[in-house]
Design a protein around this ligand. Sequence first.
Ligand SMILES: [Zn+2]
Length: 274
Amino acid sequence: MRKILLLAFLFEIVSLSLSAQTQRLEEIQGKTILLFTPHPDDDVFGAGGTIALLNRHHNKVYIVVYTNDNKGSYDPEMSSERLARIRRAEQEASEGVLGTPKENILWMGYDDGMLEYAPQPKLTEEATALIRRIRPDVLLSVDPGEWYERWHKTDHRMAAFNTIDAVRAAEFWLYFPNQKLQQGLQPYRVPEMYFFYPAPQEANYWVNIDPVADLKLDAAAKQVSQFEPSVNKYRPDWDAKDLEKAKEEMRKEQPKKDGHYVEAFRYATGFVQY
Ligand SMILES: [Zn+2]
């Protein structure tokens, strides 16, 4: 009996937390969406299908990129400046495939791998200003990731923590009060949040991306310099066979649930912020 009561109680909690979610993410229309990504590709790999669906549904999608991703090449001829330019163009092409206009991609411009050493009040202040300016109905951000990543993936960890710090700060005008006093940015409370790259144990929301699964692969393949052979010796394009191989690998890695391609999120809302 007690077990049944406990189950009923748990069911109540689950249905209460689900009812807090006003609409399924993939069905939202005509809203403003703001996504924070550590590097100019995690948005596509982690949430590209969802972004495509959001764009199809006439939402205004903004992508904030923390770093310029200017270190991850094995090419001895590469320079950081050149790589930053390459990655920027690839990101614009990649998000373009998903329907995001390039003027909606906002670059914070930190160096790859260095986010943890950026002056933290400045980092949080900048992200806070973006939230107060864009005033998203839904915010998407990176989670610190799988458990091993939490220890080893510095930019992901930092972007995750910084974004949620900024969500809190955006709500209370006394954080960075000059944003209100000098720039007229009013405080803003983010209503709903989804975190991509969740640890599997913590994922609690899945978007079926079947209708845009191939589009997501096309978008990811625009990030040419992230893949072999371009990551070893830069070239801006693909051999047909390399492209097919890369897409095949991505297709295999794309998570599936109940026979559908999905993107996993940790849905969270209603944090105690004060
Ligand atoms: Zn990354």
